[in-house]
Ligand binder design. Structure first.
Ligand code: 6PG
Length: 473
């Protein structure tokens, strides 16, 4: 009986497309779904693309896998993943692998990996980015788990991943939850990038008075320069689209309430725990949140006065917005990579930041030309992107335009939380002294929380309520 190199269970569109991608690359794939109609449909429709071994029940599915068994799970994150593990793990042997390719929280992945490890089963949390098309034609893959499991899975995953300059967009991220952690931060950066693009659009529309079709052209132009990326490319497509039912620009018929499934929020929650400033990502999550509070917006819209609306010359302004966008993007990516570095240190993952930038160059939602420069910066050991050669130059060159764009937005009453927070981070990092010294003084005043001095080691307290002398603590 022919054996499959890998099995895919969970055949909704992502699982189905990953299975097809594997089959198209010449790998025999066992396929299984909770309801077998989906399995049948996949084989009927796409059976000609390669070798699929359909199975109706878990036992049959597991029996059709070569050893060590590679079982890829593509179900909804959360309880369904635990249910599938509970169903399949008892059928597996030591050395076998379960790959969770969904958007799981890395803490769940750590828990599942730890639970299966004593049984010799490798649990691999693999981040997969690129949506349905990516899954079929080449996603970016971020697998965690043991090095032993990567030795068995790596060649297969690298085979189906996107390629940039012949290099697969797949690399072993690190043990246990490292892969899902990096995928989570990828999504956080995705949120920040999308928010910055949205603010650019809003400024071009409401400060410069361009219409969506004209703005689409601006984005098309940007996409042939240093901003070249999937998100800029699709932005032009969305803005150029006309609604068939009304003949209006598509963007004007969509409710302006951004939704989220949770990975951006997880990024910020985790960053708070790690103490890493990812304000660009947080600004994006909260901007979606503000947009979604329709009742609050309805109750306030006409009550809060704003400045008179005037428009400004689009030509020079679009150029300035490009600079502000590039600079703010550098900050967002720098913050995301800082979080990966901090997570890696916290959990002992030893994540190679340059390699992460490399596997994001293709296949994933944030794929972009400038990730190659980001890769180079981290390979050279940059502590942060902000001071790394090309990026330091770009920020220095952008800063006047960046400030002008934000000043214009403030003057015209156009909210730019992403741009503004990015610039504030930049200014905080370059500041000689921060007002944090005053904060420390206040903390010591009301709570005797102590402070450190610039001229001596140790902690100190001033007797604020008494004679205001100082004591070392
Ligand atoms: C990807 C995407 C994907 C995510 C969507 C939806 O990398 O392919 O990040 O994993 O599901 O982007 O995210 P939100 O619904 O939270 O916007």
């Amino acid at each position: 009986m022919e054996q499959a190199r890998i099995g895919v269970t969970g055949l909704a569109v992502m699982g189905r497309n990953l299975a097809r991608n594997l089959a198209r690359h010449g790998h025999a794939v066992a396929v299984h779904n909770r309801t077998s109609a989906r399995t049948k449909a996949l084989v009927e429709e796409f059976g000609h693309e390669g070798t699929f071994l359909p199975a109706d029940i878990p036992e049959e599915f597991v029996a059709s896998l070569e050893r060590p068994r590679r079982l890829l799970v593509m179900v909804k994150a959360g309880a369904p993943t635990d249910a599938v593990i509970g169903e399949f793990a008892p059928l597996l042997d030591p050395g076998d692998m379960i790959v969770d390719a969904g958007n799981a929280h890395f803490a769940d992945t750590r828990r599942r990996e730890a639970a299966l490890r004593p049984r010799g089963i490798h649990f691999v949390g693999a981040g997969v980015s690129g949506g349905e098309e990516g899954a079929l034609h080449g996603p970016s893959i971020m697998p965690g788990g043991s090095p032993e499991s990567y030795a068995e899975l790596g060649p297969l995953l690298e085979d189906i991943a996107a390629k940039v300059d012949g290099t697969p967009c797949c690399a072993h991220v690190g043990p246990d939850g490292a892969g899902h952690f990096v995928k989570m931060v990828h999504n956080g950066i995705e949120y920040a990038d999308m928010q910055l693009i949205a603010e650019s659009y809003d400024l071009l529309r409401h400060a410069a008075g361009l219409d969506p079709a004209e703005i689409a052209e601006v984005f098309r132009g940007w996409n042939s320069g240093r901003l070249e990326s999937y998100l800029i490319e699709i932005t032009a497509e969305v803005l150029a689209h006309t609604d068939a039912a009304t003949g209006r620009p598509f963007v004007d018929v969509v409710r302006d309430e951004a939704e989220q499934k949770g990975t951006g929020r997880w990024t910020v929650q985790t960053a708070l725990d790690l103490g890493v400033p990812v304000d660009g990502i947080a600004a994006a999550v909260f901007a979606r949140s503000v947009s979604g509070h329709a009742e609050l917006r309805d109750a306030t819209r006409n009550l809060l006065p704003g400045p008179p609306r005037t428009t400004i010359d689009p030509a020079g302004f679009a150029h300035a917005v490009e600079r502000a966008l590039y600079a703010s993007k550098i900050v967002a990516y720098a913050q995301g990579f800082h979080q990966i570095r901090a997570g890696s240190a916290e959990y002992g993952w030893d994540i190679d930041l340059g390699a992460m930038a490399a596997i994001w160059r293709g296949g994933c939602i944030i794929r972009a030309r400038f990730l190659d420069r980001i890769r180079a910066a981290y390979e050279d050991g940059a502590p942060t992107l902000l001071t790394a050669g090309h990026f330091a130059g770009a920020l220095g060159e952008a800063q006047d335009a960046w400030r002008d764009v934000i000043a214009t937005a403030v003057r015209l009453g156009i909210p730019t939380p992403g741009f503004s927070t990015a610039l504030a981070y930049y200014d905080a990092l370059r500041a000689d002294r921060l007002p944090a010294a005053l904060t420390q003084g206040q903390r010591d005043f009301f709570g005797a929380h102590t402070y450190r001095r610039v001229d001596r080691d140790g902690s100190f307290h001033t007797f604020w309520a008494g004679d205001r002398t100082e004591a070392a603590t």
